[in-house]
Design a protein around this ligand. Structure first.
Ligand code: KG4
Ligand code: ZN
Length: 340
């Protein structure tokens, strides 16, 4: 081994955030994220604009991550990058950059599955963060993903259930659009929901067998509900915004918790970890806290900056794979639909 300490550069470019992070063993030295504001005007991520923004961002973001970490690029032990799943054009930017830099520095290249990375973010060493013991259940909830995974060890994962249509974050964002809120709407719905009555309006939960999820019906139900009510009261949304948000949130979190409880019951596992942007949600946090007291779960929520898309989670997988000498060939390809 070249250094006593292992320094990993992680690169994430699967969706609309360009991110680079430096890890020294399992500790973060830097984690730089450039958000792409451009998509807000379109109410969702525009793939072509995302890849162009990644191209503009990648060099300065990597440079900043190395500088913030206070190391020189010659000290790097390996480069880890997101191979997939994600938007092809966006993935290609990170993949090509990682390959050329690793080749230029003559160090190993490590490909990372973005979904595994959301889960393994729990293994970043942080003060006051306990790492989940194996086996545990991980629920990844974001604008792009909704998945429950049984994690038997760092690299042995089994998807128990996932969404068959929209992701949970999309359910928030699309409901927000119907209500005239900005994008992404999740944080705002969460804020307004805390001022409203969660039982003011009832939305039926989708009937999906097993541990899979479906959110597209809910979005349509909310649209029809708003259209119907505004016919009789044109100010319906404005007059009832907090209650509508609280009722939507109550329904969505109910769907997530029902499936999580079923997964815990079926597997007998009581260590439950969550990740992804929606894990910032106050209601899911409260529901998990209640489950600790009422059903004896132990729950794990990573620091916020490691729950949304970021390169620190890519770098920790790079570190764990480095220890196993699990390196990639230089002809590895970005893959939009990569399974766990
Ligand atoms: O992980 P993330 O930053 O990006 C990906 O989608 O990969 O997640 C963003 C999603 C958006 O859909 C946003 O509306 C949602 O997470 N979100 C929330 C909250 N904060 C972010 N949804 C509900 N409550 C929140 N507090
Ligand atoms: Zn993600």
């Amino acid at each position: 081994m070249k250094n006593e300490n292992i320094y990993i550069l992680g690169i994430e470019s699967s969706c609309d955030d360009t991110s680079a992070a430096i890890l020294c063993n399992d500790k973060i030295l830097s984690n730089v994220v450039a958000n792409q504001k451009i998509h807000a005007a379109y109410g969702g991520v525009v793939p072509e604009l995302a890849s162009r923004a990644h191209q503009q961002n990648i060099v300065p973001v990597v440079h900043q991550a190395i500088e913030k970490a206070g190391i020189s690029k010659k000290q790097l032990s390996a480069i880890a990058f997101t191979r997939g799943p994600g938007l092809m054009g966006s993935l290609l930017v990170g993949t090509s950059f990682a390959k050329s830099l690793a080749f230029g520095l003559n160090i190993p290249l490590i490909d990372v599955n973005h979904m595994q990375a959301h889960i393994l973010a729990h293994f970043i060493s942080e003060e006051n963060h306990k790492k989940p013991p194996f086996p545990f259940l991980a629920m990844t909830i974001s604008g792009g993903h909704t998945q429950i995974v049984k994690v038997s060890n760092h690299f042995e994962m089994e998807v128990l259930g996932e969404t068959i249509d929209d992701a949970v974050g999309e359910a928030y964002d699309k409901s927000g659009k119907v209500l005239g809120l900005g994008y992404p709407a999740g944080p705002e719905i969460d804020k307004l929901a805390q001022l409203g009555n969660p039982k003011a309006f009832r939305f039926t939960k989708p009937k999906v067998d097993g541990l899979n999820f479906s959110f597209s019906g809910l979005k349509t139900a909310i649209l029809y509900f708003v259209q119907r009510e505004t016919k009789t009261n044109p100010n319906f949304v404005k007059d009832n915004l907090n209650d509508i948000c609280a009722s939507i949130q109550y329904t969505i979190i109910g769907i997530l918790m029902d499936k999580l409880k079923l997964a815990a019951k079926q597997t007998g596992i009581k260590h439950i970890a969550i990740g992804g942007g929606v894990s910032a949600n106050t209601a899911i946090r409260k529901a998990l806290e209640d489950a600790e007291h009422k059903i004896g779960w132990t729950t794990y929520i990573p620091k916020f900056e490691y729950t949304t898309d970021n390169a620190a989670m890519i770098a920790i997988v790079g570190y764990l794979k480095y220890l196993e000498k699990d390196f990639s060939d230089f002809d590895v390809m970005a893959t939009a639909r990569l399974k766990i």
